[in-house]
Design a protein around this ligand. Structure first.
Ligand SMILES: NC(=O)c1ccc[n+]([C@@H]2O[C@H](COP(=O)([O-])OP(=O)(O)OC[C@H]3O[C@@H](n4cnc5c(N)ncnc54)[C@H](OP(=O)(O)O)[C@@H]3O)[C@@H](O)[C@H]2O)c1
Length: 421
């Protein structure tokens, strides 16, 4: 029997770790779920504690009185406007938490970070992404708060044997959460539900769901992380000696593209994908001409600028002058969801839909449109290798479409989007 502390218990990844551990009271006798808000009801062996990781050390020590466990999962995250601020705030939150907690019992501290480890937010990386890939030097690359968090954690554990660390690198998480910072499935589901509402009410013959992202990325590869799968990984890794003092990619185990996923998304929400959805001269969502034109004023394009992460290995792997390093990354959207979600017609359609179907009204305003624009708009692959985890004994796998489908069901149950079927 063990006990656990999950910091960031209401987040898209932390919530699932609490759920996964709490399913097994024979193994996990007490689970402390820590966050500022409380969003779920818990069984009796899960104890929710309010904590503000930005509060003073005294306050935090007071809030953490009596809280100790063998296994600690740190998934808290605050998104700031600049990388420097992310570095400061997210590093400080981890550092202050670790120094405020009583570590008499601690055996392992698991930190959740992500694929930004490889600079995937900066431009094309070297694929596949391996845990042994070099960290990006600062400069020329911007500060990366994962590096500060991991360095802090390594130092903290090294000074307190026998406490070990484990770090995970998930990517483009598929999970359920409300009011968080990066939420792919909710954004897609809301886009689909409102597009359907708009199309139905303008009497279009066919219900069509245009892929809002980049035509380039439609056929490129991404590796996603199902939040429940990531939670199973964490529950396994935190106690496995082979995962001690190791960092791991944690993705589903398949490589996916929107060519395969988007037609399924369209069908799931009762729509189809238009055969020529990427033609340049189409202006209508279902037959051109009158009615609401879904593309109008909504296209987006931005060069990411700066040195792409693949540059760090360009000399070693023979990519100097090959184009990819020199050209860098581009984000492109046929329908930028940031722009689309701000349109008057779209907001009116959402209000009407929410009212008619009894949906949670505030979810549309809280959707993370810029994040969805980013995930769907890249012009480069992001493929994380699972070889290291498999060699260490991990056998978990999750089909990516099934992960999306499960979350869409959950979003319907939670009245974030209406039931279509
Ligand atoms: N979401 C993704 O698609 C994704 C992809 C790859 C990597 N990641 C990484 O995974 C990690 C976890 O992110 P996430 O997406 O799971 O985050 P999230 O869904 O936004 O959740 C963040 C959690 O942190 C808690 N928190 C924030 N500020 C706090 C504070 N001052 N005091 C106490 N708790 C606080 C929040 O709870 P309260 O607000 O209730 O306090 C919440 O439980 C991050 O490093 C992120 O970069 C995420």
């Amino acid at each position: 029997m063990a006990s656990a502390i999950v910091v960031g218990a209401t987040g898209i990844l932390g919530r699932e770790i609490v759920k996964e551990l709490s399913r097994n009271p024979e193994e996990w006798k007490t689970i402390y779920a820590l966050s500022r808000s409380k969003k779920d009801e818990y069984p009796s062996h899960v104890v929710h504690k309010h904590i503000d990781l930005l509060s003073s050390a005294d306050q935090m020590a007071k809030d953490l009185q009596g809280v100790e466990a063998e296994y600690i999962f740190f998934t808290a995250y605050l998104q700031k406007d600049t990388e420097q601020e992310n570095w400061e705030v997210n590093g400080d939150m981890l550092s202050n938490f670790l120094t405020s907690l009583n570590h008499t019992k601690t055996q392992r501290i698991l930190l959740v970070t992500g694929a930004k480890q490889y600079g995937v937010h900066l431009g094309p990386p070297k694929n596949p992404l391996l845990e042994s890939d070099p960290w990006l030097p600062i400069p020329p690359y911007p500060p990366n708060f994962y590096y500060r968090q991991q360095t802090l954690l390594h130092t903290f554990c090294a000074a307190r044997p026998p406490i070990y660390w484990t770090v995970t690198y998930p990517n483009d998480v598929i999970g359920f959460a409300t009011g968080n910072f990066m939420n792919l499935a909710t954004g897609i589901a809301l886009y689909a539900a409102v597009t359907r509402e708009l199309t139905t009410t303008t009497n279009k013959e066919k219900l069509e769901l245009p892929f809002p992202g980049s035509p380039t990325f439609y056929t490129r590869f991404d590796t996603f992380t199902s939040a429940p799968l990531h939670a199973r990984f964490c529950a396994w890794a935190v106690r496995d000696p082979r995962a001690a003092d190791q960092a791991f990619n944690v993705v589903n185990g398949d490589a996916q593209s929107w060519v395969d996923l988007w037609p399924r998304v369209a069908r799931r929400f009762g729509m189809v994908v238009r055969a020529d959805q990427f033609s340049k001269d189409k202006t209508g969502g279902g037959g051109g001409g009158g009615g609401w034109e879904w593309e109008e004023g909504c296209a987006g394009r931005r060069e990411l600028g700066g040195a792409p992460p693949v540059g760090v290995v360009a000399e070693e792997v023979g990519l100097v002058g090959a184009g990819v390093v020199e050209e860098g990354g581009v984000l492109e959207q046929r329908v930028s969801l940031v722009k689309w979600s701000g349109k008057g017609e779209v907001r009116v359609a959402w209000e009407r839909l929410a009212e008619r179907e009894g949906l949670q009204r505030d979810v549309f305003g809280k959707a993370t449109w810029a994040f969805v624009d980013f995930v769907l708009g890249r012009n480069y692959d992001v493929v994380q290798s699972m070889s290291k985890a498999r060699a260490a004994g991990w056998t978990g796998y999750q089909d990516t479409w099934e992960a999306f489908s499960d979350v869409f069901d959950e979003l319907e149950e939670a009245k974030v989007v209406p039931k279509i079927r």
